[in-house]
Design a protein around this ligand. Sequence first.
Ligand SMILES: *Cc1c(COP(=O)(O)O)cnc(C)c1O
Length: 400
Amino acid sequence: MTDPVFSPDTRLVHGGVARSQFAETAEALFLTSGFVYESAEEAEATFAGTVSHYQYSRFGNPTLSMLEERLALLEGAEVCRVTATGMAAVHAALLAPLRSGDRVVASRALFGSCHWIVSTLLPRYGIETEFVDGTDLGAWRAALARPASLVLVETPSNPMLEIIDLPAVAAVAHTAGAIVVVDNVFATPLLQKPLAFGADVVVYSATKHFDGQGRVLGGAVLGRKEWMEGTLQPFLRNTGGTLSPFNGWVLLKGLETLSLRVRAAGETAARIADFLAGRAEVERVWYPFRADHPQERLARAQMQGGGTVVSFAVRGGKAAAFAAMNALRLIAISNNLGDAKSLATHPATTTHMRIGEAERARLGITDAVIRLSVGLEDAADLEADLARALVAGWAERAAA
Ligand SMILES: *Cc1c(COP(=O)(O)O)cnc(C)c1O
C-alpha cells in the first residue's frame, strides 16, 4: 500500500505495512534484538551488503521499517529514520554532519534542549554557533553573509508560536552553503511540509502528536536518500539512539488516528484562542491563524492549519498565572504537548527556565505566559475550566 496516489489519511493507516508470513491485520511487533541467518555465508553476505537481511535492531527492525516507511510517505521524504526520542533525532541531525570548525546559525526561539545543544554542546566541539531572531530576514541575511554549514529553525516556535519564513530562510541558507534542518513538531507533517519550502532535513519528536496519547517517547529524522544513508545512518547506528520496536509499534498505531486528532484538536484550539481573547483577564493570545498574530499571513501561506497549541498572557503576572493554573480541574499541569489530554504549562518556570531571564525576555516569554496544548476533550468543557481558572487568577491579582 505504498502507491503515491493515496491521500495522507490513507497513508497514515496503510503506509509501510509489511505483513509477515502469518498475514496479520495489525502491524506485527518484532520485539527482537537480533536476527538469525540460514548459513555463515548468508551472514557474511549480509555484512558485506550484497544481501538484504536485518542484522541487529540497533541498525534496523521490521516494525521500525514500517514506521519509517509510513512517515516518509506522509512527509514526502525519500528516507526516514526513527530515534529513541525527539532529542535523539535533533542531536543526530546536528552532530552527524557537523565537524569542528563548522558554523551553525539557529533561530533563537527553540525548544529548551535544542537551544542547549546549539548554545552549549556544539561550542564544546569547536563548532561556532549564532542565534538570530528567526522572524527577522535581515538578521538571517547578516548572519549568513559568512559561510555556514547548518541552519536550524523551529516553526511555529515553542512557546510563543513565532513563524519563520521557510522559503526565504532556506534560500539565504543555501547561498551560504548551509543545509536547513527544520523542527516541525508544532505543525506536524499534516499542517506543514518543510521539504516543499526548501528545507533539507525535517526532525520530529514523535512523543508529541505522533503518539498523541501520552505513552511513549520517540523521534524521527527525514531527508534525501544520499544524506540519510551517507551521513545520518552511520552516526545513528554507531551511537545507538535507536527506538525500541515496542515504542515504534505504539507510534504506528498512533499514526492511524493522527489526522483525526490533529484536525479535532486544531479546531478546538482555534475556538479556545478566540474564547481567551475575549476574556478580560487575558492580556494577549498567540495563535498562528488568528488575525492578531503578527505573522498570520505567513502562517496561512505555509501551514494548512493553526495547530493544536495556544499561548496566552494573563493580567497580573506570575501570581495570576499560577493561581489560574492551580484552579484548573480538567486541564492538567504538564510540560508535554500534542496529547489527547489538554495540558497547561508555565514556560518561564519549566520548559524555558534554563535559558535564563535575558533570553526569555528576548523571546517574549514573560511570567504571565501560559502555554496550552489543546487535546480532544469537548471544547465547551475546556472553556468552562479555563473560565473558572481565569476568575481565580483575577482574584489573585486583585488580592496582590
Ligand atoms: C518535545 C520537543 C522536542 C524533544 O522531543 P523529546 O521527544 O522530548 O526528546 C524537540 N523539539 C520540540 C519542538 C519539541 O516540542
